[in-house]
Design a binder for this molecule. Sequence first.
Ligand code: GH3
Ligand code: MG
Ligand code: MG
Ligand code: MG
Length: 315
Amino acid sequence: VAEHAHVSEDILQEMRNFNALDGKPKRILVIDDDEILLSSIHHMLSMGGFDVEVLSDPSHNLEEMLNRQPDCIILDIMMPDTDGFYVMQHIRNDVQREFTPVLMLTARADLTDKYKGFQLGADEYLTKPFHFEELMLRIKTLISRVEKYRSLTLYDSLTGLHNRRYLLDRLQELFIMHARKPQNVTLSIIDLDFFKRVNDTYGHPCGDTVLKSFASFLKEKLRETDIITRYGGEEFIVVLPDTPLEQAQIILNRVREDFSRTEIHCSCQNVSFFQTFSCGMAQIGIDGHDITSLIEYADKALYLAKFKGRNRICL
Ligand code: GH3
Ligand code: MG
Ligand code: MG
Ligand code: MG
């Protein structure tokens, strides 16, 4: 295959910038039986700062490679033990991969093949021989779109925390993992105390400031691996993986105390005040065997915390 292996320095630089954006290079999975092609794609994409993984025989460890959650997949059609259409179908079979961009890269230039690829959910279709510059630019666009989509649908625009939709996706994953191998996962529902008063006393913009300050506070106090979400209004849900209930209670109690002593300043009204929260906790597998019952359990505990006088945690 006479690929046009030359890539201009401009485009390479564009790719390197793209991959440096959030400090995590984009992971590309290349599935093709042609070892020479694999190594040249590996070489060129690596020059653009991509994190490249190759798979020459998808009849082996395809699932394992897909579980490593590539940001984009480059997929051949003609392979000895399986064909790309089958792999395409397999990729889209899992909802987790519904939006993973797939670019089919094949010697088959028939329109019917191309249509079949698109019908199965391919995002792009390039025929060999191809230009590396075109390949890279298309990959970049595909990944950017998905990232934009994710940022719009999985984050809360006021606080920048993840939103309810994201939380439910992650909980679903955690329940599946828990069914395979039980683990200590604790869920906490946090609700700000008498928050309506803040709005009533200082106005809605001040209330917004409190929500934003609280979000930053949580991010600062909890770990990178903890799932911190705005569940709605002035309610937040925090999921601590690998943390039994007793330990989670200690952590959240520390957060609660620290927060209750942190003065919040609202510049729009030039006022400072204190805010507290109440919290209800539950553990996956013990207090709930599905998402709904787990959240219900924690919600009941939260209600108890409110009932007992607020600014406290109940199990
Ligand atoms: P409790 O201690 O029982 O939780 O009392 P509360 O006042 O916090 O509870 P309530 O549910 O009565 O009030 C919640 C308030 O949160 C009412 C609503 O206006 C406010 N709120 C919800 N979302 C936002 C938001 O995005 N910004 C602002 N400023 N306020 C919000
Ligand atoms: Mg092939
Ligand atoms: Mg509430
Ligand atoms: Mg409240």
